[in-house]
Design a protein around this ligand. Structure first.
Ligand SMILES: [Zn+2]
Length: 454
């Protein structure tokens, strides 16, 4: 058991002064008091819950910014995917562990306290499994363990290159499993999770798995395991799904599976009004990745309409062209402001502050999509906490009600000063103790990989 005291903390949505949290040996909050400084581990900072990053492909961190050149007169998501596939062929398990550690270091330093890793790079180049079929998953688990970031590991089922079970291409051979082999992998991973880690399922997309496989896997795994899927990111996917089934992707999923808060629909960019309403009513989380969706030219999620119907959202950094919760939330809001030529669209009379409101929504959805007891500072919850620097020029003199708005909408230097994950400090005074060693390893790996890229 230990106690930690903060200058100010956001307790169940309200800022309180001189807050002391009591934590048990597993990093869970067992008591909260406020109003008097305690002789505890005293932290000068404004404490609030850390965010979950609900959509990550860790290996893509190493190619961030390296696909920003013209390859044809019609560059798109699909031409970017070709570059990504070529890059994915180069990586060894050691490369993946090194890249993921650097990425997770950047995440925790930026203020994410959990990541959901949507992991599909399973096999050797050419598609043969490694001697240990979980070797690439083990690299992800090791990286999260090294850095101290909570991990929801989502091994991906990937079986087809298009709707109707079209065979995988050579470039996709590293991703594929039969349903039986996937379930063996899943079962073997269930015993490998460490404290702060849990296991869910990712279906790559409706184009990459069959309806039968979704049924079989969903029936096999525990009822609480989170279920993630890429969906309706691009109009080509919508059109192909219509040609295959007569329904749009989200429409099809709503019709064929009982969606609930254990589902996270990643992107869900292209929705009709009917789909938007129906999806919001299920309680499923829309896993939005604003910087990647902008980078890939995906389109705009109908945020205004969806939030108005109490739809749940969370944020992810996906391809990692940005690793900043501030930038994800800022861009999510700015996209809608530009689209509707208005401001503060999503705030409500009860929650009039845009930054505060959207950050709170992302906390709530992040906890659901990761199935972790995170996203709020309360008894019985994980001590997943970030502190904002009260000495930051971005925050000095800020009234409590504007603190999160100012955190999200001002400046370019993050005021995230300290980060605690499940009761353990991973970042103190802007620094992670393993940063130098992790980045030195990453530098060596990148020197090798960049030369292989062209
Ligand atoms: Zn993705």
């Amino acid at each position: 058991m230990k106690k930690v005291n903060f200058t100010k903390a956001l307790i169940e949505g309200q800022w309180q002064d001189d807050v002391t949290l009591t934590l048990d040996d597993h990093g869970m909050i067992t008591a909260i008091t406020s109003g008097s400084p305690a002789p505890a581990d005293r932290v000068s900072g404004y404490a609030l819950p850390g965010l979950a990053n609900v959509h990550s492909h860790a290996f893509q961190r190493a190619m961030a910014g390296l696909a920003e050149y013209r390859t044809s007169n019609s560059d798109s998501f699909w031409s970017w995917r070709d570059v990504m596939y070529r890059f994915a062929q180069k990586l060894t398990p050691e490369d993946l562990a090194t890249i993921a550690a650097q990425l997770y270091l950047e995440m925790v330093t930026a203020g994410y306290t959990s990541v959901a890793e949507f992991h599909y790079l399973h096999h050797q180049p050419g598609g043969a499994p490694y001697d240990n079929p979980a070797e690439m998953s083990d690299a992800i688990v090791a990286a999260a363990t090294d850095v101290g970031l909570n991990l929801t590991h989502l091994p991906v089922l990937y079986q087809a290159s298009g709707f109707g079970g079209a065979p995988l291409s050579d470039a996709q051979a590293r991703f594929g499993h039969t349903t039986e082999a996937y379930l063996r992998l899943w079962d073997s991973l269930a015993g490998r999770m460490k404290p702060g880690q849990n296991l869910g399922v990712a279906f790559h997309s409706l184009r990459a798995v069959t309806p039968e496989a979704i049924d079989t896997v969903t029936a096999h795994v525990p009822q609480k395991a989170p279920l993630h899927i890429h969906i309706a990111e691009q109009m080509k996917e919508v059109d192909d799904c219509l040609a295959w089934s007569g329904q749009r992707p989200v429409e099809w999923l709503l019709d064929h599976h009982p969606l609930s808060s254990r589902w996270c629909l990643v992107h869900a960019t292209h929705l009709t009004s009917t789909e938007t309403t129906a999806l919001a009513n299920t309680g499923a989380v829309a896993g939005l990745c604003p910087t990647t969706e902008a980078n890939l030219g995906d389109g705009f999620f109908p945020l205004q309409e969806y939030l108005a119907q109490n739809g749940a959202i969370a944020i992810g950094s996906d391809s990692h062209i940005s690793v900043s919760p501030i930038e994800e939330i800022r861009l999510l809001d700015y996209g809608q402001r530009l689209k509707y030529q208005r401001r503060n669209l999503h705030a409500t009379p009860d929650h009039p502050h845009s930054g505060d409101w959207l950050y709170g929504q992302a906390l709530r959805g992040g906890a659901l999509a990761t199935e972790q007891k995170t996203g709020v500072l309360a008894v019985g919850q994980q001590a997943d906490i970030i502190t904002l620097d009260p000495a930051s020029p971005l925050l000095v003199g800020t009234p409590d009600r504007h603190l999160i708005d100012r955190f999200i909408f001002s400046g370019n230097r993050s005021p995230v000063k300290d980060v605690m994950v499940r009761g353990r400090w991973q970042v103190r005074d802007y620094t992670h103790p393993g940063a130098c060693e992790i980045t030195a390893r990453f530098t060596k790996t990148m020197e090798k990989l960049v030369n292989l890229l062209d």
